[in-house]
Design a protein around this ligand. Sequence first.
Ligand code: NAP
Length: 336
Amino acid sequence: MTVRIGVIGAGAIGREHVRRINQVLAGAEVVALSDVNRASAEKVKAEIALTAEIFESGEALIDSPKVDAVLVTSWGATHEQYVLAALAARKPCFCEKPLATIAEGAKRIVDAEVKHGKRLVQVGFMRRYDVGYVALKQAVASRIGAPILVHAAHRNPTVPEQYVTPMAIHDTLIHEIDVLRWLLDDDYVSARVLFPRKAARSHAKLRDPQVVLLETKKGVLIDVEVFVNCHYGYDIQCEIVGEDGVAKLPEPMAVKVRLDASLQNPILTDWKDRFVDSYDVELRDFINAAAKGGVSGPTAWDGYVAAITSDACVAAQEREGEPIAINLPTRPALYN
Ligand code: NAP
């Protein structure tokens, strides 16, 4: 069976996912596109999805009998309305992060999915599919003993002027929030944020870098440096200290060069290159499950927990140094 996919949002990652589905992966085809700016959808159609129909609204795309499954890759603030519409149409839905920009929105999605009684939402937390993170999870589960500390860093070379301080949490840290919880098989109980002096390349409305401290139910202390104008590259680091040993996320594969009396090892600069394979694997997972009418992978509950945690981290930014409690509701049985 070929899964007929409709994509809402033909921007940077929407275009990448359309390319993946039509040119890299088997078992699916993009048959429908929609974007608030029709010209963006037309451009992607002309470049990659030549036979796709363009719909005037995301809702019309979701309701079309030609569409079996939905990809939501529009701006974060629009995700909730489309995911709820896909749930109402009972169609498998892959939603890019964030599931919703605030926890209340993610809760409405969880409530709707629980009411339907069947999982239909996969959230685009692609790091869970990264070969390095998968190996790190195995080491944490079986080799280094119970985790005690985590040191992580999320560094981007640069961000645009419109990237403001809370986006360091909602847009950037959200990946660590999800992947660390998954790596540790644990949940967060509190968040604190500390700011050193502002880096010279930071923008007027951005305090950069910052350190987020998270504490888990099992008593693990996590520090994550978020530095989005680090200049030198796109650099994701993660080290877990356990009772018996330390496990570190492997660096991406790169040729080492000995030259001019130095040992040179290139560092990537583009997030698309760093996780290119994991995007392929997460969408393959989505297509395989959608072919059977369901989903697998990160759940709406994971998206909701990430949203609750990121809301707490933003509150912690506003009350620098103060611990903000993270209280999770009881997990519905659908997500056990
Ligand atoms: P982008 O380039 O700005 O693309 C978003 C697209 O959505 C734009 O074409 C935009 O329209 C369109 N859009 C906005 N509102 C819409 C609506 N109501 N209905 C339909 N289309 C609408 O952004 P992006 O970088 O692709 O990011 C999209 C989402 O993916 C974000 O939530 C982001 O956080 C997430 N993302 C995830 C990853 C990851 O690593 N998993 C990486 C990148 C992005 P215009 O044509 O008018 O701009």
